[in-house]
Design a protein around this ligand. Structure first.
Ligand SMILES: *[C@@H]1O[C@H](CO)[C@@H](O)[C@H](O)[C@H]1NC(C)=O
Ligand SMILES: *[C@@H]1O[C@H](CO)[C@@H](O)[C@H](O)[C@H]1NC(C)=O
Ligand SMILES: *[C@@H]1O[C@H](CO)[C@@H](O)[C@H](O)[C@H]1NC(C)=O
Length: 746
């Protein structure tokens, strides 16, 4: 197999002739006065610019060029892919093999309706993976399969070499169902139209049936109605006059559907008095939006990062990324989106490559809406366990989702009948330079030392974006050369909105005391309310700092009052270290007035001066769920009751909302596991971090939301002997190509 053909590398294609001319320019140490100036208006003559954008010497509004060549993507059918590493995802031919093995298995030959909800690699045991080295025979390849057969859920292990199928867990001992298949989500969209009452209510609202789309909404678990039956709710929108149908809800109409039989169970039709919001101003597609000539906004000139010598990272054997001092295994996953494994960093002093994290991924999301009324109370999404965060990740848009210097990775997943399919360009990997500073120091004239030292901060970003229906989540893992990993979540896309009779705030009913009627959100446009909601993204972080056995230390800043007469100061802050003994010590609620650092240390390994080596979890702007712990959605989402949890490593405990999240009762969550209060000191531990957002929508979120982001860091803390990027080189003029528009250089 051609090793790199898996990736679509979209950086410039440098011609051989150009390489010769450029390298000769580069290595001749051209004095800065004769800067290489390239004419970028004609890309054929100056591939260094690699710009197929149109450059203007004056600012001009950007229009769609008549012929805008698509950025080059290498196409590859994945047919000849073979696994190279024990953690490589199932290949296309392996998924075919699973399909063929299962097709002759008794469970699937009885004629009972069945579907495969998960077909992924069953990862070999951690100790086997850890001791595996390149060149060793590959560990036995197995597939982990979750199937629905009739009304039962089965967990199977398929051995790819022997063809043996082992039933692991049938029937499943906990509440809940597997995540939906794409086929189910598609099928459900047409189910309402099979019901005459549904058709009648649509027509009676003056809407043509051909202008209606209905959307599958996981409905959580509230008791009786959802017991012993796998259900989904559907709500509908009007597409007439807009592609942004989310802004035209048919309010109050909810269809309860049996997800196994695809039958309508019940229709709740309560919003007849509420008008369907209009299509005006809902457009967001570039080609349909006209800029008014009176708009005084100065248009932006094109901007792009170019790497004339190509990217500095390599992707070996399709999944092993190596960049600067980092190396890690990367794979797309239908549930988690993407999974980082065996993350290691090179130590410039010891020359060792040291373990940092065995595995990291988005374990679950929880998105409760704050409206208890009939058509809204159940909207409490868990986007990984219900919808598949990876299944919802769409192809990234070259030049706009990811810069020109990005490489892409496809997801290879299985459909409900076991047939493999390829989700192209699902992940991108690129080096980023945002003009930031990695470190600096200047001396002021008083010291008489003419020191001006500064280093540019270049990072490596691994990105995916999931569009779970209306909402878009951007997940970035950003690697810094100083050893820090930033996990960043961006929220964009389109709000879930609610129809209302109100067109203006001044119409909203007030009671005798002048208190406004509860709207559960903000009036965003005529007849449109953006309902308040939260987003929680829970990360699984199996940190292995210098090996698996680690401890979690809460380094608490405490105020110490001085003794009378001890000092002119009355108080100071001191760091108090508390090593977590059991899981309950690792249940952390973040508080500004009880500040702590959260270290994961290896007490068996110390630095030269005796500090245990460690990494810390650094929370940034975040939010905590304030819902009642006994509220049914919060029970299911109990993994958000703390911002940090620490559990002992257990291969079966990876999905914070439970393996079977769909309609779960909350009996298999991270909160339940952690309450076992197992020992976690000097053990292989997993840290769970939840990044939260409260979202009170505002008018700027209409008709599509500008991205809102937050992040947290994993930062080396006494891990290196000193600043690991001390010897990093600054940028020199001759390193960087100067790319100018022709009219500027002439
Ligand atoms: C409802 O309307 C759709 C679209 O016109 C049609 O295909 C379907 O047969 C109708 N359903 C019933 C039960 O009449
Ligand atoms: C419904 O469709 C008919 C025929 O295409 C059209 O004349 C009518 O205006 C439509 N009604 C609405 C409310 O869009
Ligand atoms: C591992 O996790 C499973 C699922 O939560 C649990 O049943 C089992 O007891 C756990 N094992 C240990 C040693 O904690």
């Amino acid at each position: 197999m051609e090793q790199k053909s898996f990736f679509r590398v979209i950086f410039l294609i440098v011609t051989a002739g150009f390489i010769i001319s450029f390298t000769s320019t580069y290595f001749s140490h051209t004095p800065s006065s004769t800067t290489v100036v390239l004419d970028c208006t004609d890309t054929s003559s100056s591939p260094l610019c690699a710009s197929r954008n149109f450059l203007f010497n004056k600012q001009q509004p950007r229009t769609i060029p008549k012929t805008d060549p698509k950025p080059k993507t290498k196409t590859h059918d994945h047919v000849s892919d073979t696994p190279n590493h024990p953690l490589d995802p199932l290949t296309l031919s392996e998924i075919n093999k699973v399909q063929s093995i299962l097709s002759s298995h008794a469970l699937f030959t009885s004629g009972t309706r069945h579907a495969l909800h998960t077909v992924v690699l069953e990862e070999p045991d951690k100790n086997l993976v850890r001791s595996w080295q390149k060149g060793n025979p590959l560990l036995p390849r197995k597939a982990s399969v979750i199937a629905r057969v009739g009304l039962d859920t089965h967990v199977l292990t398929v051995d790819l070499s022997s063809g043996l199928v082992k039933s692991v867990n049938s029937p499943v001992p906990v509440s809940g169902y597997p995540m939906m298949t794409i086929e189910e989500m598609n099928d459900v969209t047409s189910v309402p139209f099979s019901n005459a009452d549904f058709n009648r209510t649509i027509i009676s609202r003056g809407v043509n049936l051909t202008d209606v789309v209905c959307f599958p909404i996981a409905c959580g678990w509230y008791g009786k109605k959802e017991d012993n039956i796998r259900v989904i709710k559907s709500q509908c929108f009007v597409t007439q006059g807009t592609a942004n149908f989310y802004m035209r809800p048919i309010e109050g109409l909810t269809i309860l559907i049996d997800l196994d039989t695809r039958q309508v169970i019940e229709i709740s039709d309560k919003g007849r008095s509420i008008p369907i919001p209009g299509s005006t101003n809902t457009e967001y597609r570039f080609e349909n939006l006209v800029t008014t000539t009176t708009d005084k906004t100065r248009p932006l000139n094109p901007i792009s990062i170019e790497q004339p010598r190509g990217p500095s990272f390599v992707i070996e054997d399709n999944h092993l990324v190596k960049w600067a001092n980092w190396e890690f295994h990367l794979k797309p996953d239908p549930r988690a989106g993407l999974v980082l494994s065996q993350v290691r960093v090179h130590d410039p002093d010891t020359l060792e490559t040291r373990d940092v994290m065995y595995k990291g991924f988005v374990s679950e999301l929880f998105v409760p809406y704050m409206d208890p009324s009939d058509a809204w109370y159940f909207k409490t999404y868990m986007d990984a366990g219900e919808y598949g965060f990876g299944l919802q990740a769409m192809p990234l848009v070259p030049l706009n989702d990811c810069p020109r210097n990005a490489a892409y990775m496809d997801g290879v997943f299985a459909a409900a009948d076991g047939t493999p399919f390829v989700r192209e360009n699902m992940v991108c990997i690129f080096e980023s330079y945002a003009g930031d500073i990695a470190w600096r120091h200047s001396e002021s004239p008083i010291t008489d030392l003419p020191i001006r030292e500064a280093r540019p901060k270049v990072t490596l970003v691994v990105r995916m974006a999931a569009s779970v229906g209306n909402y878009d989540y951007i997940i970035d893992y950003e690697f810094q050369t100083d050893g820090l990993i930033k996990a960043k979540v961006g929220l964009s896309g389109i709000l879930m909105v609610k129809g209302t009779t109100y067109e203006n705030k001044n119409q909203v009913n007030k009671d005798k005391e002048g208190k406004e009627e509860e709207l559960y959100g903000t009036l965003l446009s005529e007849n449109v309310i953006g309902v308040i909601h939260d987003h929680y993204v829970t990360f699984y972080l199996d940190l292995d700092v210098d090996g698996p056995d680690n401890s979690f230390v809460k380094v608490n800043l405490k105020r110490q009052d001085t003794e009378p007469g001890e000092s002119p100061r009355k108080s100071y802050l001191k760091a108090v270290r508390n090593v977590a003994k059991t899981e309950k010590d690792g249940q952390i609620k973040i508080s500004l007035y009880d500040p702590s650092e959260f270290h994961v240390i290896n007490s068996g390994k110390t630095t030269r001066v005796g500090n245990p080596t460690g990494y810390k979890v650094v929370p940034r702007a975040t939010a905590a769920s304030l819902l009642d712990h006994d509220d049914p959605p919060q029970k299911r989402g109990a993994f958000t009751n703390n911002q940090i949890w620490v559990t002992p490593y257990n291969k079966s405990e990876q999905w914070a909302g439970g393996l079977f999240t769909y309609q779960s009762h909350g009996d298999d969550t991270l909160a339940v596991w952690s309450d076992r209060d197992r020992d976690i000191e000097n053990k292989d531990i997993v840290v769970w971090y939840t990044l939260g957002f409260h979202h009170i929508p505002c008018q700027e979120d209409f008709p599509i939301m500008p991205t809102v982001s937050s992040s947290f860091d994993l930062k080396p803390t006494n891990f290196f002997e000193h600043n690991p990027i001390l010897r990093a080189a600054p940028n020199f003029e001759h390193d960087l190509p100067v790319c100018e528009a022709q009219s500027v250089s002439s």
